[in-house]
Design a protein around this ligand. Structure first.
Ligand SMILES: Cc1cc2nc3c(=O)[nH]c(=O)nc-3n(C[C@H](O)[C@H](O)[C@H](O)COP(=O)(O)OP(=O)(O)OC[C@H]3O[C@@H](n4cnc5c(N)ncnc54)[C@H](O)[C@@H]3O)c2cc1C
Length: 193
């Protein structure tokens, strides 16, 4: 059995289901990270330190922010795979609001941050600070895409999983859970015999 789990730009999907296209939603997003130093921990609003937080602003703009944090010494002494602690944010707006060039991915980190800050003049200072202080080298701009509905197809020994099968926009925050739902439904058929 061959399972394509190679993400939104899946090469396997392009061969198996060429009709399963991705289309732009008309929304563009910029995301970036700040290392979770003591200063950042103190300045970050507590809801963002506790988990994913959505904040809506004017002109259809919104920001999603969340913290990735780990205990330094996890119970049982097992080391985490990933040790990076950070606050991340993603700012989304209609294309015409951020007004990037045709390919947002070509916009540099500083320019992407500046474009976001220009839309946040009347936002709370601490949210502006999170954007201002983010590491520009982590800032990326991208066109938010989604999948077009397609007709059912006969599953055979080649199949797809996660974003390779159904590209989720980051906006409903459900891409990762759906990947696990799909994985659990494949387990019974993927067992070695
Ligand atoms: C900015 C942003 C924020 C998001 N936030 C959330 C959120 O808060 N909650 C949520 O649930 N979802 C979120 N999502 C969506 C979520 O990230 C995806 O739905 C999820 O990662 C899909 O998992 P996947 O394993 O299918 O694909 P991916 O995570 O994209 O993994 C595919 C892997 O395949 C590898 N790969 C590709 N081609 C090859 C190849 N030829 N050979 C070997 N390896 C290959 C890639 O390097 C990658 O590691 C977000 C997405 C974005 C872009």
């Amino acid at each position: 059995m061959l399972i394509g789990a190679d993400g939104a730009g899946s090469h396997l999907r392009a061969q198996l289901l060429p009709q399963a296209r991705r289309v732009e939603t008309g929304v563009v997003a910029v995301s970036a990270k700040l290392g979770l130093s003591n200063d950042v921990r103190q300045a970050t609003p507590p809801p963002i330190l506790r988990g994913p937080t959505l904040i809506f602003g004017p002109r259809g703009c919104f920001i999603f922010a969340s913290t990735v944090d780990y205990e330094d010494k996890p119970p049982g002494g097992r080391q985490h795979y990933d040790h990076e602690k950070y606050v991340m944010w993603g700012f989304s707006a209609h294309n015409e609001v951020l007004d990037f060039p045709a390919k947002p991915a070509s916009v540099g980190g500083q320019d992407a941050k500046a474009a976001v800050l220009a839309q946040m003049r009347d936002w709370h200072p601490v949210l502006r600070w999170l954007v201002q202080t983010a590491d520009a080298s982590t800032a990326t701009a991208f066109a938010v895409k989604t999948s077009v509905p397609i007709q059912p197809w006969a599953t055979q020994k080649v199949t797809l999983l996660g974003d390779a099968l159904h590209n989720m926009t980051p906006i409903p925050l459900c891409g990762t859970p759906w990947r696990f739902v799909a994985l659990s439904s494949l387990c019974p058929v993927a067992k070695p015999t």
